[in-house]
Design a protein. Sequence first.
Length: 364
Amino acid sequence: MSRFYEAQGVIALQIPSNTSLDVKAVWQNLAEAHRHLAELKGLCEALPNRGILLDTLSIQEAKDSSEIEQIITTHDELYAYEPSVSSSAAAKEVQNYIAALRVGYQDVLESSLIRLNTILRVQEEVEQNGAGLRKVPGTVLKNQMSGATTYEPPQDARVIEKLMTDLVEFIHANDELDPLLRMAITHHQFESIHPFYDGNGRTGRILNLLILQREGLLDLPVLYLSRYITSTKSQYYQLLQFTRESNDWVDWCVYIVKGVALTAKSEIKLIKKLRDLMQATKCRLRDDLPKIYSQELLNNLFRYPYTRIGFLEKDLGVSRITAAKHLDTLALNGYLEKRKIGRKNFYINHPLFGLLTNITLDDE
């Protein structure tokens, strides 16, 4: 059975009832996920500079999310990216994802709504084009190995627009559905509508974050499911298709909610380690290099795993010569590694870089 139904010639979303999801496996996983989300939210609220989380965690999420779509980039390419110079296509796409995440976050922050225009703007940033919703038929999803068609999403432009309008209404529905189930159902419906020519997967994963933000479960978009999806990729696609064919939503909802719980636990551990590392670095800096220490300097070192003279010059409001001297001093004292990438010198915070690139889920 399709996850859409036709009544009197009108195609509409098919949403599972609360009753159909009122099973032990769903509610057990919901309880655990909400518990860890609440801890994660409290931990983020207690941090003195929450913007650092956005700047550091969003980069790794963008890389992980893009890799699901076979967009692979190195950390050097990603952290040393400059829009004005020649960069790899993969690095540009990952940076587009970061920009899209910020656009969506800011839009929901200002309006408390996830409008169709919000989703359109996110996808436009992801793909860097204004193609909008699909208007030309012919889109099918195929097995990457065999080339066989596995799913054909709606083809008619009017149907696609109607389904997306319905989906936005569902996101904002004033009912008793648990917000994590709303996120799980929305993600499945969005990927099944497949409303864009490209960028559906990345846009859909950003939409997950925006729903958590709008529902008040998190104030910052810091719970990223991309690593979970990557580690369970075959299960993810199997459950997408199984739910489309069976209209049985239990396994899909359990899968997504379990992913939320595992990811929240992982993010809690990461943020605690990040907080402790930042505090230890602060104490060392004040003792070792009191003449150059400032909170702004510390923030810069943790905002940019690969920092450079221009970043420090801007953040500290100092001259280029002073910024260069500070960074060279930090490198000489073992806080950073100075590395030339292309024509520019970068200064790498290896302890921070290690934290961000060695994130694991509890059951990995």
